[in-house]
Structure formats: C-alpha cells, structure tokens
Write a protein that binds this ligand. Structure first.
Ligand code: AMP
Length: 374
C-alpha cells in the first residue's frame, strides 16, 4: 500500500483522497490551517509549507508527493523532490506559477494567447497600454487565481487605480478578449507518457470564479483536435505527470490559451459521476504509475459551484442523478463551499431536468446561461 502526500488540504485534496481509497492508496496532507477540509478523510500535518522540519517528517511518511494548490513555493517542491518522487515535477509547477513564463511557453508551442506585455514599472504600464490598447487587464504574474490579483483597465481613467492596487509586484498586461465562450480541457499524463483527455467543457465565471461547467461543450467538435494537440504538447514539454487543466478562450472560432492549472481542476468535478474514471482517480493512477482510466463522458453533465454558502440540499437529493458535494467548510464570502453535479443520458433530458434542479436549489440565474447553451 502506497501513501500519497498532498501539499494543500482543501477540497481538491479531499476529492483526491476519496477517489484513491478504493485503489488502496493512503494519504497524508500538509496544510497550515488546522482541520483543513481534506483532514475529514485523511490524516493531516498542520505546518507551513516552509517548515522544513515538518516537511522532513512528511517526506519520511510518504511514497510520492503531489499538490492540491499551484502556489506551493517552488523551493519547497525542489527540496521535496530531493527526498521523494514529486508529481507534477517542480519545473512544471514553477512554469505555471508565472503568467508571463506560462503564456510565453504557450506561444512557443504554437498555442495563441491574448496579446500580453510584461509590466515592472509605471512607465512600462503606459507603454504597454499603447501597445495593447483598451480594454486590458493588469494581472500579477504570480500568486493569482480565481480572478484574484487582477484589475481591468477600461480607459485611461483606470490607470492610476490599477497601479495603486497592483503596482510593486511583477505584472503582466493582457488584452481583454471579448470571447464567444470559455472552455477547458482536463487531461492526464501517466509516468509512462500515456496521455488522455476528458471532453472539452464549457465554463461560466462570476467575478473571475468558476460558476458552472457543461460537459461536453456544445458544438466543440471542431476545437477538440487542436485543444488536445496543445495540451499534449505542453504536457510533453514539461514532462508533466498527473491531471491538469488547460483553460482557453474561444474567439472567432479559434482557441486562445488563458492558463494551465497544474492540478485537478474545478471544471473537472463533473467527472466524479459523469465519467467512468474521474479526474481525481486518474491523478492518483498517474502519480502511482498505474494505467490511466477511461476519460469519456457518459451522456452529459452539468456542475454548479457554490460560492460563499450552500443552498439547501434536501430537495436536490431527491432528484435522480443529481449529486451533492458539501466540502464541510464554514460559509465565507468568495469561498468555494460545495458543488452539485447533474448527469443525464441526453441533452434533451438534461434541459428538462436542469430546470427542476436549479429551481429546487433556488439557483435559476446560475443555471440560466447553461440552459441557453444546451
Ligand atoms: P484567470 O485567473 O486569469 O483565469 O482569470 C479569471 C477569469 O477572468 C477568466 O476565466 C475570464 O473569465 C476572465 N479573464 C481573465 N483574463 C481575461 C482576458 N484577457 N480577457 C477576457 N477575460 C479574461
């Protein structure tokens, strides 16, 4: 029996541990918050990711290490890799931690991105805005996720406010893309180089945070081949092992790379009930060097995220093929506290049932764009 160590003890670690248990895997998480979400299902070491004495103990107790969060310090990942196998490897993690390095790599490997320029000073920002134009979005290069560390610049009047909010950190200015839709591709690569992708899914965000996912993305046949090719090229370049997500914009029918999440991803939560082998089980299989599982979609699936607080579960539990996930976290504005997944055999059935489920949850507005896309 192998023990997988996870840096980060959030809901992603919890879902990895739940998926790995039937395979005989054991887990140990490290998080600096006592009683982290994953500690409900796996033992936890409560320590900072820079507490090397605690990490020494962690490394001794595990066979392989992985992450549930991309912003684990790269130094920690390197230090750990000298003691135990770490997947994905620290180089892959470091590449995805810096938006400038990541987008530069996308372009080198043939994946277009929104226009971008590095910004390190106020003068750089003025020059970058001349090059990129309006609207644009100023982002921190590092430590940003879920729309954090971002500021939209719609006109010159926003420049001072944007600089006051983010100036001082290493930044990137990107063109704001009026995209047709957002899609993502969750993929997995094994230790032997085996590669597999889930279907392309469509995503909707609210204030930069994922709100809903529809699998498979409607009318995506023409994009799958290119998305898969890009994901594979990136994974092979980084010698990536494990599950990851490539987040993409669709603009004029073409794909633009937004970012890569070097971990299991919120837009893949539907795979727990909607695919033969979930993104979480496949991550466990990959890091343990086991054969990868089937990544097809069984019919269609919709995932609704719950941010801040959970709706009442009782009514939705009575709905056939509706699944409930309560992360056991206390409510807090902006915090991901749970999700629901609805599966259906056909799009027609999904359309009908999603109306019921959204009403039962009091989430009609959240489901509305998904219904419009179905
Ligand atoms: P990120 O943290 O970069 O993934 O951004 C979070 C969300 O903000 C994305 O999923 C988009 O909805 C939106 N967003 C970020 N960058 C851009 C951009 N350059 N153009 C349009 N929308 C963007």
């Amino acid at each position: 029996m192998k023990t997988i160590g996870i840096l980060g003890g959030g809901q992603l670690a919890r879902m990895i541990a739940l998926a790995g248990a039937p395979l005989g895997a054991r887990f140990l998480v490290v998080d600096n918050v006592a009683d982290a979400c994953a500690s409900q299902v796996a033992p936890q070491i409560t320590a900072d990711w820079r507490d090397f004495a605690a990490l020494e103990d962690f490394a001794k107790r595990i066979d392989v290490a992985t992450f549930d969060f991309e912003n684990v310090p790269a130094d920690t990942a390197h230090w750990l890799a000298e003691r135990v196998a770490v997947f994905p490897n620290p180089r892959a993690l470091a590449t995805t931690q810096d938006r400038l390095v990541e987008k530069t790599l996308f372009r080198e490997l043939g994946l277009d991105t929104p226009a971008f320029v590095a910004v390190d000073s106020r003068a750089d920002l003025d020059h970058a805005l001349v090059e990129i134009g309006y609207p644009a979005v100023l982002k921190t290069r590092r430590l940003g996720y879920d729309g954090k560390g971002q500021f939209r610049i719609k006109s010159p009047a926003d420049i001072d406010v944007a600089w006051a909010a983010l100036g001082g950190a290493a930044l990137i200015l990107e063109a704001w893309v009026a995209f047709e839709c957002e899609v993502s591709l969750v993929a997995v690569r094994g230790r032997d180089g085996a590669f597999s992708t889930y279907p392309l899914v469509q995503n909707w965000h609210e204030e930069g945070v994922l709100s809903a996912t529809l699998a498979p993305a409607p009318n995506s046949e023409g994009l799958i081949e290119a998305a898969t090719r890009h994901a594979r090229a990136i994974a092979e370049h980084l010698d990536y092992v494990g599950t990851f997500a490539l987040e993409l914009f669709v603009k004029d029918g073409q794909l633009l790379g937004n970012e890569m999440a070097p971990r299991v991803h919120n837009s893949g939560h539907w795979t727990i009930e909607g695919a033969p082998c979930s993104q979480f089980e496949n991550h466990v299989r990959a890091v343990l060097g086991l054969p990868l599982g089937d990544t097809s979609v069984l019919g269609t699936a919709v995932m609704l995220n719950f941010i801040g607080e959970l709706p009442d579960a009782t009514s939705v539990l009575a709905e056939p093929r509706a699944h409930w996930h309560d992360y056991g976290k206390s409510p807090r504005a902006g915090r991901k506290v749970g999700h629901a997944t609805l599966c259906a055999a056909t799009v027609a059935e999904m359309r009908e049932r999603l109306v019921h489920v959204a009403r039962a949850l009091g989430r009609e507005a959240q489901a509305a764009p998904v219904l419009a896309a179905l």
